[in-house]
Design a protein around this ligand. Structure first.
Ligand code: FAD
Length: 805
């Protein structure tokens, strides 16, 4: 072992080995992986080895697809047998709702590139898996690229292939301490000290402690997990094929063949955390005693689904632990504020996601950004609030228990909530507010007229549809009041603030007293933000006071980017714990705010100023996301309750109504205004999304060269359009495939019902040759084919008169 490496990867499980392999493959060979015991000695040795192509999160599905492709490659490259059995896979639907969901999910999978799957009748599923009882099964989804591998062989294959490419790894070498230095990290091990520029936490069950070595509290916890392997089953002996990997969602089990027996794994409804502070250091390759009482309900369902298990013995019980983040996705990427400290942990399904995690992390470390959209697994998708132990316990437990439970797009889950509440929360709740969650914050969805109103869970339109319609009407015809505490706000100050902002944002900076929409790009020309920059005018030193506003849940993600690019003479402060506000929008909004501001408000469209609004000193901007004349009124946290009361009183004679984000989402869709994670993601370029219209090509900014190349080349192959759908009882929500003459030409980025235009609407990323207005297309919505037509953007008020006037 040398005393210096470019990278030290801590942990020799499947994830660390994949990171090591990808670093070496992409050209960084001065890298070492340290394993305190032997390779696989964490969760990896006793995993069930199942590989699934299906994942409802398109970014995770892509990671999985990449990993599955890679498996045979590393087997060949390393010469190590990985025991790959590509049996195909079945996902079963046991209720009408689940069957409807599965048919819808099948279309979503198609739109994200998983095209080797198809729906099956129960009889077809039975023929594919004869040991299964199809009692209660309404249908199934077959996927070709599912099966299982030998877990130990796979980890050794990654590590051996990495070594062949020049990387090193050492077993029985425990990392005991980490110290940040000027140039990187000092890694103290029980075999001596190493220095390096980068460390990677791939500590698996010990990731929490490896985080704490650098003062980091990662939102991760191990949970226990059971599977059993049966003795030989005569029915299997008589088959001349292996039965497919089968997931019984209503039964909470997954099953695969293991030699001539079955392996039955259980997602336990009564989950059990283990070692929330990380596994003990002396924890070896051990298993826990099986806890059959705790999993009795799922076992009974499993034995009914596979009746042979009722008269076959159990050869092996495995009760082991593996790690979860609050949303079940991995924690990957650079940890904010810890230069050179990277995460590759909380990987729940290391054998099907580890390849993609290793690839993305290695690209990120070497090139500064990954090829794939990494948002769903970025460690910076969480803020400090997620360090809390009870938050981690509740959210990881909820994810685990609900892993196979049917979920609905309009469902609100309780774990870790309510956490942060804007000051007017109680008053708004008393007024009927129903809440959703953005990051740590409760955000209003809609206001129920009756206290006993219960929204039904559905894949289609819910019984809150008419309530949202009324809120939209209030905004279009009178004035709506929306709590906008759920926006992020950053203050940028210092003598170099303007120069720094000018380089960070691709748009022109606003003049004093004005705000401007500002795309922010990465060096490869992809989006890093759909922001608004405010120039509030000079402070007492004559320097302009700047704000950046964006999506609340991106606060830590954006702050990491800002800090990584900070220069001398600039200070940036996240105002998210001290500033909140309300927006007023609708034709009567001016009348409302005018009664509270001496002399009335005379801001132009996109103008902004610090104003006294009644008793409150506020930062007011004339803008709206609804497409109406509107104002965003930002105040101190302590003023929130008073601001709401003043605005409601002032608006009473103007027909003011409190509205929530469900109405805003419908209203913005009628204006074809995109939003982050839907129309705007780090996977798309400015030209694909139309954000390029805000670019100032005459200045220098991050990503300019790539954006210019796209502009002056052939342009993007895909772009965002607005679709109007034919009648139906459901609206698209995102990732539904878009077809022309049976060929998939794109997918929906977001959709909903336009209550003013009275139509189901969608925005979609489609091939440019079908993007022309008037093109007839088809869209699958909840599994049903619906006619759709490309329409001009902004079906409501296309000239923008209502908003600008
Ligand atoms: C019962 C069960 C069934 C499963 N089935 C599947 C499945 O079918 N498919 C699937 O994809 N996944 C499955 N999993 C999950 C899978 O096991 C994990 O996702 C995967 O093993 C995680 O790999 P890892 O490399 O992140 O962590 P680990 O395997 O825990 O590896 C971390 C390594 O880091 C080492 N380490 C930690 N700290 C230090 C230190 N300070 N110094 C040096 N070394 C250190 C440890 O010794 C360990 O070897 C299952 C898990 C369980 C428990």
């Amino acid at each position: 072992m040398k005393s210096h490496y470019r990278v030290v990867v801590i942990g020799g499980g499947v994830v660390g080995s994949s990171v090591l392999y990808h670093l070496a493959r992409f050209g960084w060979t001065d890298v070492v992986m340290l394993e305190r015991s032997v390779l696989t000695a964490g969760s990896s040795w006793h995993a069930a080895g199942g590989i699934h192509a299906l994942n409802a999160d398109p970014n995770m599905a892509q990671l999985q697809a990449y990993t599955i492709d890679l498996l045979s490659e590393i087997e060949k490259e390393s010469g190590q047998d990985i025991g790959l059995h590509m049996t195909g896979g079945l996902t079963l639907a046991g209720t009408p709702e689940r069957w409807e969901w599965l048919q819808s999910a099948y279309r979503t999978f198609q739109s994200i590139g998983i095209d080797d799957c198809h729906l099956m009748t129960p009889e077809e599923a039975k023929a594919a898996c004869p040991v299964m009882s199809t009692d209660g099964i309404l249908g199934a989804l077959w996927a070709d690229r599912e099966g299982y591998i030998d877990t130990t062989g796979t980890v050794h294959a990654y590590a051996t292939a990495a070594r062949k490419r020049g990387a090193e790894y050492y077993e029985h070498t425990k990392v005991e301490a980490l110290t940040q230095t000027r140039d990187g990290w000092e890694v103290r091990t029980d075999k001596g000290t190493i220095t390096c520029a980068h460390v990677v936490n791939a500590g698996g069950l010990w990731a929490k402690q490896v985080g704490r070595m650098a003062g980091i509290e990662l939102p991760v916890s191990p949970l226990k997990h059971h599977y059993l392997i049966s003795d030989t089953i005569p029915e299997l002996e008589s088959l001349d094929f292996e039965v497919p990997m089968t997931v019984d969602l209503e039964g909470f089990t997954y099953m695969r063949q293991d030699q001539k027996g079955l392996l039955l794994g259980i997602y336990e409804v009564e989950h059990e955390h283990w070692a929330m502070d990380g596994a003990p250091w002396d924890y070896g390759m051990e298993l826990f005693q099986e806890q059959t009482d705790r999993i009795e309900k799922e076992l009974i369902l499993g034995f009914e689904r596979y009746p042979a298990l009722q008269h076959t013995g159990v050869k092996t019980w495995v009760n082991g632990a593996f790690t979860f983040s609050p949303d079940g996705n991995p924690l990957v990427g650079p940890v904010p504020g810890k230069r050179g400290y990277w995460c590759a942990c909380a990987v729940m399904a290391g054998f099907l996601q580890g390849g993609g995690v290793g690839k993305s992390l290695a690209e990120w470390m070497i090139h500064g950004e990954a090829e794939a959209d990494t948002w769903s697994m970025d460690v910076a998708r969480y803020g400090r609030f997620a360090e809390n132990r009870d938050y981690i316990r509740q959210t990881t437990g909820q994810f685990y228990s609900r892993r196979f439970v049917m979920s609905y797009p309009n469902e609100q889950l309780p774990a870790g909530r309510p956490l942060k509440r804007a000051p007017a929360y109680s008053d708004m709740s008393a007024a009927g507010c129903r809440w959703g969650q953005s990051w740590d914050l409760e955000v209003p969805l809609y206001f129920a007229p009756a206290p006993d109103f219960v929204e039904n869970l559905t894949l289609k339109r819910s019984n809150a549809h008419d309530i949202v319609a009324a809120e939209c009407r209030a905004v279009r015809e009178a004035v709506g009041l929306l709590d906008i505490s759920g926006f992020s706000r950053f203050e940028v100050s210092g003598p170099a603030a303007a120069a720094w902002l000018d380089r960070m944002m691709a748009s022109k900076l606003p003049a004093p007293g004005r705000a401007k929409l500002a795309p922010m790009l990465t060096p490869s020309g992809r989006l890093q933000g759909d922001l608004t920059v405010f120039n509030w005018g000079p402070d007492s030193n004559g320097n302009a006071t700047w704000w950046i506003m964006g999506s609340y849940y991106l606060r830590a993600w954006h702050m990491r980017w800002f800090n990584d690019h900070l220069i001398d003479g600039v200070q940036i402060r996240d105002l998210g714990e001290e500033t909140c506000g309300f927006s007023l929008s609708g034709p009567r909004s001016k009348a409302v705010i005018d009664t509270l501001v001496e002399g009335g408000v005379s801001l132009p469209f996109m103008g902004c100023a610090a104003l006294d609004v009644g008793l409150i000193r506020a930062h007011v901007a004339r803008m709206s996301v609804t497409g109406e004349h509107g104002y965003e009124i930002n105040c101190r946290y302590g003023d929130h309750i008073t601001l709401r009361r003043m605005l409601l009183e002032a608006g009473a004679s103007e027909g003011i109504r409190e509205v929530g984000f469900n109405a805003l989402l419908s209203l913005r869709l009628e204006k074809s205004f995109g939003i982050w994670t839907r129309e705007f993601t780090q996977g798309y370029t400015a030209a694909q999304t139309g954000m390029d219209r805000w670019i100032d090509w005459d200045k220098d900014f991050i990503g300019r060269a790539a954006a210019l190349e796209e502009r002056d080349g052939n342009g993007p192959a895909k772009r965002i359009v607005t679709l109007q759908l034919g009648d139906g009882d459901a609206d698209p929500i995102g990732y539904e495939p878009v077809w022309q003459n049976g060929e998939m030409v794109g997918f929906v980025t977001s959709g909903g019902y336009g209550h003013t235009v009275g139509k189901s609407l969608a925005m979609a990323m489609v091939n440019v040759d079908v993007a022309a207005e008037g093109t007839d297309l088809m869209v699958h919505v909840v599994g049903v084919e619906r006619a759709a037509r490309v329409i001009a953007p902004s079906p409501y008020d296309p000239s923008g008169q209502a908003m600008r006037g």
